[in-house]
Design a binder for this molecule. Structure first.
Ligand SMILES: Cc1ncc(COP(=O)(O)O)c(C=O)c1O
Length: 410
């Protein structure tokens, strides 16, 4: 009989680790990002105008016409041979070519992080992250019941002195998770001298570095610092993604690192999705080998660089003197520091009423209590400039500045 369904409280039977993650912030951020009636600086989404067009149709048609079984069959867990070679070639161009047993193709970078969590984390293990950092990574590590603590960032990236302090206080972590290039959410890049030092610290203490290179290919200039993986392939595992340079819809990324770690990720992947999209892997390979990916990255860098410049101009023009922000050299994000006493969550809520969406800073920090968690991002907000139309940026920032001024008055 319809209409008389009794509802069980299924949340009562959730596992402990699921309950801990139930009130996550990511879902609400993604919901905001999809609202169309707002000027949205919320989600870290690529602009749809960067997505491949007709040239991808040609590659797809050829795969179908050739009855390319590799594109339509289950793939090997670590990825198809051709796409693996394509990714290895790109990594070689970036400093280090992975050996056969040093690379796994994943369903996006988030899966690489999940597989690392599954492989490495026992309940209560210490994982260090940057404060602030990518929320999805913290959620992935916490789902394996890691104790996640943040080490502060400054304008040169992860504060390596504070990292040493954190290790002295809390002991050796299982791993340190870092986003060295055009970080999410702060838009900061790790300075060259710190990269070398970070690798040395990891070697000295014997912990692993998980390097997330999600925005590495989206620098606005030709400057490119060495990847941590190229500096320390013995202590670094790199997680990468094609979401920002190809498209998120294809769900493709990679993990590259020491063979025993990659083997463990491959083992873990066997029990999750078994293999990343074979069709996507073949499309990426064909499109990439034909030069499509490089051309797309060039267009994307120009687009995001222009939007970032417009955002910087708008912030200069409209923000009160006591608001400061980071000046990214790539990627999607700038991180705002609000005046004393103004709460980022309250600003984000009011901003929606005034037709602009932003993300408050607090969710980008793991739970309170760790080194670097004291500030906790309460007086910060993240602005993503990647998907705001050029001609709306100034208007959006003017509205946000007015919300900040009104928040001052209570
Ligand atoms: C730093 C960082 N890593 C990983 C991801 C997730 O990438 P993917 O779509 O490949 O799972 C994101 C997406 O926002 C990100 O910002």
């Amino acid at each position: 009989m319809s209409g008389t369904r009794t509802r069980n409280r299924w949340d009562e039977v959730f596992a402990r680790r699921t309950k801990a993650n139930a009130a996550d912030g990511l879902t609400s951020i993604l919901a905001l990002a999809n609202k169309t009636d707002l000027i949205s600086f919320a989600g870290g989404f690529p602009d749809p105008s960067t997505f491949p067009g007709a040239e991808l149709v040609g590659h797809f048609e050829r795969l179908v016409a050739d009855r390319d079984v590799s594109a339509f069959q289950y793939a090997p867990v670590a990825g198809l041979v051709g796409p693996r070679a394509f990714i290895a070639d790109r990594l070689e161009r970036d400093g280090t070519r992975p050996d056969e047993d040093e690379l796994v193709i994943t369903s996006g970078a988030i899966e690489a992080l999940e597989l690392l969590g599954k492989s490495l984390i026992d309940s209560g293990d210490l994982v260090l992250v940057e404060g602030p950092t990518y929320l999805g990574a913290v959620m992935a590590f916490q789902s394996f019941e890691a104790t996640v603590r943040a080490v502060p960032l400054d304008d040169q990236g992860l504060d390596v002195d504070r990292l040493e302090t954190a290790i002295a206080a809390h002991g050796r972590p299982k791993f340190l998770y870092t986003i060295p290039d055009h970080q999410n959410p702060a838009g900061i890049t790790l300075a060259n001298d710190r990269r070398q030092r970070l690798v040395e610290i990891a070697r000295h203490h014997g912990f692993l570095i998980v390097e997330d290179v999600a925005y590495r290919d989206l620098g606005f200039t030709e400057d490119r610092l060495p990847s941590l993986w190229s500096l320390g392939p013995d202590v670094v595992v790199q997680a990468g993604t094609f979401s920002k340079t190809f498209m998120p819809g294809v769900r493709l990324g990679w993990g590259a690192g020491p063979p025993e770690l990659v083997a463990s990720m491959v083992w873990a992947k066997q029990n999750t999705d078994q293999c990343a999209t074979a069709l996507g892997q073949r499309l990426l390979e064909e499109y990439g080998r034909a030069g499509g990916l490089d051309a797309q990255a060039r267009r994307s860098r120009a687009l995001y660089g222009r939007r970032c410049a417009l955002l910087m101009e708008a912030l200069e023009a409209h923000m009160p003197d006591d608001v400061s922000w980071t000046r990214p050299r790539g990627g999607f994000f700038s991180w705002l520091e609000l005046p004393n006493g103004i709460d980022g969550s309250a600003v984000a809520r009011r901003a929606v009423d005034d037709g602009v969406a932003i993300v408050p800073g607090a969710p980008f920090f793991p739970g309170a209590g760790g080194e670097g968690n004291r500030a906790g991002g309460e007086s910060n907000v993240r602005l993503s400039f990647s998907r705001v139309e050029d001609d709306l940026i100034d208007e959006g920032i003017e509205r946000l500045a007015s919300v900040i001024e009104h928040s001052r008055k209570g």
